[in-house]
Write a protein that binds this ligand. Structure first.
Ligand SMILES: Cc1cc2nc3c(=O)[nH]c(=O)nc-3n(C[C@H](O)[C@H](O)[C@H](O)COP(=O)(O)OP(=O)(O)OC[C@H]3O[C@@H](n4cnc5c(N)ncnc54)[C@H](O)[C@@H]3O)c2cc1C
Ligand code: FES
Length: 256
């Protein structure tokens, strides 16, 4: 099956002033993505901007695909203007997804902001025993909460401005969680996606507590398929391309 396909926009729902939930209907057969894999989305049919932008698939059903996006710059501002009926091109699924947790390990998922998009389908597939810590700057920026509550997981939410859930950032909540869950500390495997400073802090806690796991990196990309080296990051095994060897890496492999 081809990774290059066309899809029709069926809905582009604003969730708040910065975030939209985009629903597409693929117009040709598509490959099912693994949780954590991503797509390059064409944001304009002109040459400005020329480059497609990378986004994780929030959810795929037999009929449609959903993406959650934050407006950051030119490309995502154009995506906010996507209209029902418009046809766009995508490439994907690309990159590596999240490996499943080994039997007997408890997945601990840590998401910051739109990092939840990368982890959402993983969460939907994980067992009830999974723990999820999800944080955002404000209550308004906590997305997909109702769906997460329905997933039957043990969810802790927090906001930087204390407007909802627990007070503090996800790394502090993760630290508190480890202090009060000694038995899980020795058997957990981490899955994290969010802003780089958050991932760095979570990786440091994981290292200090000898916890293994995975982080998905959201670097700027150009080609999206390994040709330009524009997305390379430093790892303990040398430079690696986020679009090809990633975006999901063992968390202790990244030189933070
Ligand atoms: C594998 C992968 C999966 C992603 N999945 C999602 C997703 O599901 N939802 C989502 O909202 N975003 C996701 N992103 C980030 C998204 O691709 C960028 O926000 C987007 O490309 C920005 O395009 P733009 O044209 O609007 O901004 P640009 O004009 O390219 O940049 C505007 C500003 O935003 C900054 N910027 C650009 N990209 C990023 C980034 N990745 N992180 C932080 N700052 C950035 C730039 O440095 C610049 O300051 C993902 C990125 C990767 C690599
Ligand atoms: S974006 Fe070109 S190599 Fe990754």
């Amino acid at each position: 099956m081809n990774r290059y396909f066309k899809a029709e926009i069926t809905k582009n729902l604003p969730l708040n002033s910065k975030n939209n939930l985009l629903t597409l209907f693929p117009l040709e057969p598509v490959i099912d993505p693994e949780p954590g894999q991503f797509y390059m989305i064409e944001v304009s049919d002109s040459y400005n901007p020329l480059l497609k932008r990378p986004f994780c698939c929030l959810r795929k059903t037999p009929d449609n695909m959903q993406f959650l996006f934050t407006v950051r710059g030119k490309g995502t501002a154009l995506m906010k203007e996507f209209r029902k009926g418009q046809v766009i091109h995508l490439i994907g699924p690309l990159g590596s997804g999240y490996p499943e947790a080994r039997k007997g390990c408890t997945p601990v998922v840590i998401a910051g902001g739109t990092g939840i998009a990368s982890l959402f389908s993983f969460i939907e597939r994980t067992p009830d025993s999974s723990r999820v810590i999800y944080g955002a700057k404000t209550k308004d920026e906590l997305l997909m909460l109702d769906e997460l509550r329905k997933a039957g997981i043990r969810l802790t939410v927090c906001t930087d401005d204390c407007s909802f859930g627990e007070e503090g950032m996800v790394d502090q909540i993760f630290m508190n969680f480890l202090r009060s869950n000694e038995s899980i500390r020795t058997s957990c495997v981490l899955y994290a996606c969010g802003p780089r400073p958050m991932l760095r802090a979570v990786a440091a806690i994981a290292r200090d507590n000898n916890i293994k796991g995975y982080a998905s990196l959201e670097e700027n990309m150009a080609c999206g398929f390994g040709a330009c080296l524009g997305c390379a990051v430093n790892t303990v095994k040398g430079y690696k391309r986020v679009c090809k060897e990633g975006p999901v890496f063992p968390i202790q492999e990244i030189v933070w």
